[in-house]
Design a binder for this molecule. Structure first.
Ligand code: SF4
Length: 154
C-alpha cells in the first residue's frame, strides 16, 4: 500500500482564472481537484499538485503572456483555465487564442475547465443558447459532466 502510493506519479498543474472572479476563494476548483471531478477527472488514480493560481489580469488577458512562464518554472505540466472562463456572462472571447498561445510559446498542455459547470449556470446558458456550435461545445466538454454532478457544484 505504502509502496504503491510512493510510486504514484504526481501531476503538477497551474490554474488561470477569469479576472472577473478574482475574489473567488477557489472553493469549487479545490473541491474538484480533491474529488477528481470535471476537468480533473483525467487524473483519477494520480496525485495532483497545484503549483500556482492566478488571474488572466483582466480583459484582454495581459497576464496570459507572462504567468505561464512562472507556472512552468514551478513544474506545471498542464495549465487549466478555470470553468468561470466558459460560464461567465459572456464566456471569455479569447479562450482559444490564449490556449494556442500558451501551447505554442510555453509548450504546455492547456485544458479548458476546472470544476464541473454548476447547474444554475448550465440552465441559464441553455436559455441563452450559448453553446450552439461544435466549437463552443468543445470548450465545455471537460466540465459538462452529468446533472447530478453539476447540482453538487451549484
Ligand atoms: S473575459 Fe477573458 S480576458 Fe476578460 S477577464 Fe475574463 S478571462 Fe480575462
Amino acid at each position: 500500500m505504502v509502496k504503491s502510493k510512493m510510486n504514484q506519479r504526481k501531476v503538477k498543474i497551474g490554474i488561470i482564472i477569469c479576472d472577473r472572479y478574482k475574489n473567488c476563494a477557489g472553493g469549487k476548483c479545490f473541491k474538484s481537484i480533491s474529488e477528481k471531478a470535471g476537468a480533473f477527472d483525467i487524473y483519477k488514480g494520480q496525485d495532483v499538485e497545484l503549483v500556482g493560481h492566478t488571474t488572466c489580469g483582466g480583459c484582454p488577458g495581459g497576464n496570459i503572456e507572462y504567468a505561464p512562464e512562472e507556472l512552468k518554472k514551478n513544474g506545471a505540466e498542464v495549465i487549466h483555465f478555470a470553468t468561470g472562463m466558459v460560464v461567465g456572462y459572456p464566456p471569455c472571447p479569447y479562450i482559444e487564442h490564449f490556449k494556442k498561445f500558451i501551447e505554442t510559446k510555453y509548450d504546455l498542455r492547456v485544458i479548458v475547465g476546472t470544476h464541473p459547470i454548476p447547474e444554475k449556470y448550465y440552465l441559464t446558458h441553455q436559455e441563452l443558447n450559448t453553446w450552439n456550435t461544435p466549437e463552443s461545445l468543445d470548450l465545455i466538454e471537460a466540465v459538462l459532466t452529468k446533472e447530478k454532478i453539476r447540482m453538487s457544484y451549484n
